[in-house]
Design a protein. Structure first.
Length: 228
């Protein structure tokens, strides 16, 4: 692979997009910008919703400029919004944290094909439990900020993923057939710290809300703090 690749990364603030950025940086690539679509709809097909506005804090911790664009979140219109963000970038290609979502991957690939630039998805089709273990061992600290599937309870909201938690997710997978990485939309995560963060995200105020079998953990106030 070309070591001088200059790329833009689609970034949601969750574990997969942050880990994809980390992996390509480890290859010596220059991540020139992060691209975040902020959907107004709560049930966006393509994009992470809880706490998306805090991606600016994570971008600051990574020292990478971030470009955001609001979207109605309607199924096809949000694709136009991400395409507009991507089209504005002067880069060699794009990076995505997609793991198993054919919907997400095929749509992004289609946009890249139209722009004549490659899409790099370093996590694509990797073993999900192994990916989570790799993230934890690499020093990623990420928490569950949304759960949307049968089998989860309120106790998952705000929970930081560890090796023990991964075992719990595997048990839920075996019983309820969920995706361990949440790639089917079962869980959303938010990264608090990572090896490529110069500072960590400190949550000062947050609120968990639960309705039937789903819930969100909304960050109301957060700041960057020195790594201790």
């Amino acid at each position: 692979m070309d070591e001088s690749m200059r790329v833009s990364a689609l970034f949601s603030g969750g574990k997969d997009s942050a880990y994809a950025v980390y992996l390509v940086q480890q290859q010596g690539w220059d991540v020139a910008s992060l691209l975040t679509v902020i959907p107004k709809a709560e049930d966006s097909y393509m994009f992470h919703v809880p706490n998306i506005r805090w991606t600016t804090l994570q971008a600051e911790a990574m020292g990478i400029p971030i470009r955001t664009r609001e979207s109605s979140g309607e199924k096809e219109k949000e694709l136009d919004d991400v395409e507009a963000l991507m089209r504005a970038e002067d880069v060699d290609g794009f990076v995505s944290g997609a793991i198993a979502s054919d919907y997400q991957w095929s749509r992004l690939n289609g946009i890249c094909h139209k722009l004549g630039k490659p899409l790099h998805s370093p996590l694509w089709r990797k073993d999900q439990s192994m990916l989570l273990e790799d993230m934890v061992h690499a020093g990623f600290k990420f928490m569950v900020v949304g759960v949307y599937a049968h089998g989860f309870d309120e106790g998952w909201l705000g929970k930081v993923i560890t090796s023990a938690t991964i075992k719990e997710l595997e048990r839920l997978r075996d019983r309820y057939r969920i995706s361990v990485s949440g790639e089917g939309g079962e869980i959303e995560t938010f990264v608090l710290d990572a090896p490529h963060f110069s500072k960590s995200v400190h949550i000062e105020e947050a609120e968990a809300s639960w309705r039937r079998d789903s819930g969100t953990y909304i960050i109301h106030k957060a700041s960057l703090e020195k790594k201790g």
